[in-house]
Design a protein around this ligand. Structure first.
Ligand SMILES: C[S@@+](CC[C@H](N)C(=O)[O-])C[C@H]1O[C@@H](n2cnc3c(N)ncnc32)[C@H](O)[C@@H]1O
Length: 484
């Protein structure tokens, strides 16, 4: 079901009604781009040389009570008994979830049309009608299956799968709990007013439009969330002495009549993060450090202790973290860096001095502890890279780690390389050009980094292979293979 939309020309009237002031700016569609709407200056503005004259630099002011964040939703719930019941029943365990629940209810009310029977009306009930349509939001959780396939072999493949699983769990819980409350069952489910795709959409909306306010924290601010990203940007947001959210022109920066007003969504965000969060990649201003994670392939170790190792490490899907220092130059093995703390624990066995014990606590609970060379090291489970340094076989352990990480990266590279040819054919039917282009840029960038890390790992394996103990181990393994 679609949410009714309001033409963007009506935004000024909605803003006036809610005491938002645009100071010589207005929201318009940005032509010849896939940006959607943006904020445009209606006049020439010479950037003041100093920060003193705050009011002349102000482009937009939004009252504090329109800011949407978990605290604001809790305030709203104080006035609206039925929503409060829903919140208490669902018991969202993450603050973000509280906001999504609020937006889901506003969506259902907007679709129903007559919301008078359903509690306290809220400006967001109208504002959500100015938000992009689901088909216009290019955040990858909303890409179709063929588009998502393009991200196979990139760091976003497993991140997206995990995210969709989490969203599914959340939505199922909302559905299960709210259908047990008659008024919410009627509004949300009786006429299938909302569905899973709405939950994915609202998550994408909040992720791509929330800003980190200095005092109020992560929040969505109506109208300010119409401002697009640029690097360098010509404006920034802040909270003033009256608790209002203000958009300010940078000192010393001019903005011409008709020019777009922009902010910076985060100078340190990697390409993958930009695509995941906002659905676009701006290759003209990539951050100095590119960082991303890949899952470590646990099957490689064929280890019966895997579950115990994961439990003491405290992660279910440990990652290999990769970094590339873009400012230092082209992508080469000496400018890339890898980390995988779990692999150092994963590569150890009982014969290396690793032991798991369960302790009975005074309250009857049992606790899993890990020992290494006779010492309890549970609190240092993430630091086996250091713990192995005193061991006679440290070079062998490092060799195992390098081989395991190289194997995992090779699996990803194989997936990426398998699709290399298809990029030259352009997007397949049903794949949007913007998604195709973003996926191609991300894939190629990460492929080059993966190749450089793999080269580095090969060099590290070669160096470790010169170690006497490692050579002996390799000869033994080779002997065992030949005798099989
Ligand atoms: C905070 S909203 C900005 C308002 C949005 N353009 C709209 O029409 O509602 C963020 C979204 O705007 C788009 N966007 C912002 N900056 C962009 C840029 N530099 N290039 C392409 N899209 C951009 C992306 O779709 C992003 O998810």
């Amino acid at each position: 079901m679609n949410t009714p939309h309001l033409p963007i020309e009506q935004l000024q009237a909605w803003a006036l009604l809610n005491s938002i002031s645009f100071a010589g700016t207005n929201v318009q569609r940005i032509p010849q781009t896939s940006k959607g709407f943006g904020l445009i200056s209606n006049k020439d503005r010479c950037g003041p040389a100093t920060a003193d004259d705050e009011s002349s630099r102000t482009l937009l002011t939004v009252p504090h009570d329109l800011v949407l964040n978990p605290a604001a939703v809790k305030e709203y719930a104080k006035e609206d008994q039925r929503f409060r019941d829903l919140l208490v029943a669902v018991l969202p365990n993450k603050p973000r979830w509280t906001v999504l629940l609020f937006l889901l209810v506003q969506t259902a009310l907007a679709r129903r049309g007559d919301s008078s029977a359903f509690g306290v009306s809220n400006p967001w009930g109208q504002y959500i009608k100015f938000l992009p349509k689901q088909s216009d939001l290019l955040v990858p959780t909303l890409w179709n299956e063929s588009e998502r396939d393009l991200l196979k072999g990139t760091s976003l493949e497993s991140a997206l799968e995990a995210k969709i699983r989490t969203l599914r769990r959340e939505f199922d819980k909302v559905r299960e709990v709210s259908s047990g409350i008659p008024c919410w069952d009627e509004l949300l489910w009786e006429h299938e007013m909302v569905e899973f795709r709405d939950w994915i959409f609202l998550d994408a909306v909040y992720r791509s439009r929330a800003l980190g306010l200095p005092r109020s924290g992560e929040s969505m601010v109506p109208c300010l969330d119409m401002v697009n990203h640029a690097e360098p940007a010509n404006a920034y947001y802040d909270e003033n002495g009256q608790d209002e959210v203000v958009l300010q022109q940078f000192t010393g920066v001019d903005i011409c009549e008709g020019e777009e007003v922009t902010i910076n969504y985060g100078a340190d965000k990697s390409a993958a993060e930009m695509l995941y969060t906002y659905g676009f990649l701006d290759t003209s201003c990539l951050p100095p450090k590119e960082t991303f994670d890949f899952p470590l392939d646990l099957a490689f170790f064929e280890c019966p202790l895997t579950r115990a190792k994961l439990a003491v490490f405290g992660e279910q899907q440990p990652k290999i973290h990769l970094e590339y220092d873009r400012h230092a130059g082209e992508i080469t093995p000496d400018l890339v860096h890898w980390e995988c703390p779990f692999a150092y624990l994963m590569c150890l066995n009982e014969e290396d001095g690793l032991k798991f014990v369960t302790l009975q606590e005074t309250d009857g609970k049992r606790e899993l502890r890990v020992q290494f060379q006779g010492e309890d090291v549970t609190e240092r489970a993430k630091d086996f890279k250091t713990l192995i340094l005193d061991h006679d076989h440290r070079q062998i352990f490092k060799y195992r780690v390098v081989m395991a990480v190289e194997h995992s990266l090779s699996v990803e590279l194989e997936k990426v390389n398998a699709r290399k040819q298809s990029w030259s054919h352009g997007p397949a039917p049903g794949v949007r050009l913007e998604c195709f282009n973003s996926a191609r840029v991300l894939t190629e960038m990460q492929r080059q980094i993966l190749e450089a890390v793999r080269e580095k790992l090969e060099a590290e394996a070669m160096e470790l292979g010169n170690d006497h103990a490692v050579r002996k181990l390799l000869e033994e393994l080779q002997g065992a293979d030949e005798s099989e």
